[in-house]
Design a protein around this ligand. Structure first.
Ligand SMILES: C[S@@+](CC[C@H](N)C(=O)[O-])C[C@H]1O[C@@H](n2cnc3c(N)ncnc32)[C@H](O)[C@@H]1O
Length: 298
């Protein structure tokens, strides 16, 4: 078969049998095939990065390997778990089953946090940032890349997630400005160096109710860590603790920004407006008009 015949045959199979997920809009049938193709050529790339590159010719061994990884993908293995790559805010990152695959929707939180960080750095030259529930370390890497004077601390309860986040910090050579910690929510920062000193706290917590976690699509439920999604009986147990604990770390005038689930927005805007510690509560909507990020100031 010629290269274009191989491409067409693989694409047809993907189009017939691969169901795409709404929360990974970068994965089309074609970008999936291109990422798998580059992976078997020992050039692992995210779906976005593979979408634009010239596909090399395949050796017979690489053709066999492509058949294998295509079968794995059709069997539900997430694309970033095969390629080991995922893009976030235009940055190529390492991905693995150790942590949630960063989602496009979380770029809304990254962009808003980046805007606050720019403002803080312009006003005071530098900023102390804490990202909790950091997963693969996508938020701290994106923020530290954006501003050279940002000092970022990030943490996660999962030691596996912290290990992957460290590899992403190393990949982007940010060891001098990002420190990783393992522990429950804000507990790793419960000491003098942080009390009342943090300029910005970011968090994309687990916010799905335990009952709904069981009903997630198989590709997610069978491959990504449950701890990344499960927010307890009502989905908001981590969020509630974050709101309660963060004033203890924030500087006066410091910011808290967090992502929330679809349908949780209006309630949490009201909730934050009623909290006497916070002011300037902002509801940030995605392109569909749903509130997905909340910003508040101490
Ligand atoms: C929705 S994922 C977010 C990952 C990453 N920040 C992102 O945006 O892609 C939530 C993360 O919270 C972590 N987590 C769950 N419970 C936690 C807790 N009590 N304390 C700290 N991290 C927790 C999970 O291990 C997971 O990495």
């Amino acid at each position: 078969m010629t290269e274009s015949e191989i491409f067409r045959s693989c694409l047809e199979r993907l189009q017939k049998r691969l169901e795409l997920l709404d929360d990974k809009p970068e994965e089309t049938h074609e970008s999936t095939l291109r990422a798998l193709w580059m992976y078997v050529c020992d050039q692992p790339l995210s779906a976005q990065a593979a979408a634009d590159c010239v596909l090399p010719e395949l050796t017979p061994q690489q053709q066999d390997r492509l058949e294998q990884v295509l079968a794995e993908r059709l069997d539900g293995k997430p694309l970033p778990h095969i390629t080991g790559r995922q893009q976030f805010m235009g940055l190529e990152l390492l991905a693995s089953p150790e942590a949630l695959v960063p989602r496009k929707e979380t770029e809304l939180l990254a962009k808003e946090a980046g805007r606050v960080l720019d403002q803080l750095c312009q006003q005071q030259g530098e900023a102390l940032v804490v990202d909790v529930c950091t997963g693969a370390g996508n938020l701290p890497v994106a923020l530290a890349k954006q501003r050279e004077t940002a000092r970022v601390h990030a943490s996660d309860l999962s030691p596996e997630a912290v290990a992957l986040a460290q590899r992403n910090v190393d990949l982007h050579d940010l060891q001098e400005r990002i420190s990783l910690h393992e522990g429950d929510l804000l507990a790793p920062f419960d000491h003098e160096g942080f009390h009342g000193r943090v300029d910005l706290i970011t968090c994309n917590p687990p916010y799905i109710s335990s009952a709904k976690v069981e009903q997630m699509p198989r590709e997610i439920a069978a491959h990504e860590p449950k701890m990344a999604f499960d927010g307890g009986a009502f989905g908001v147990s981590i969020l509630e603790r974050l709101i309660r604990q963060s004033p203890g770390l924030l500087k006066q005038g410091g910011y808290l920004l967090f992502e929330i689930g679809l349908g949780q927005g209006e309630r949490y805007v009201r909730r934050m407006q009623k909290k006497s510690e916070f002011r300037e509560v902002r509801a940030i909507e995605d392109e569909h008009g749903d509130v997905r990020v909340i910003q508040a100031r101490l």
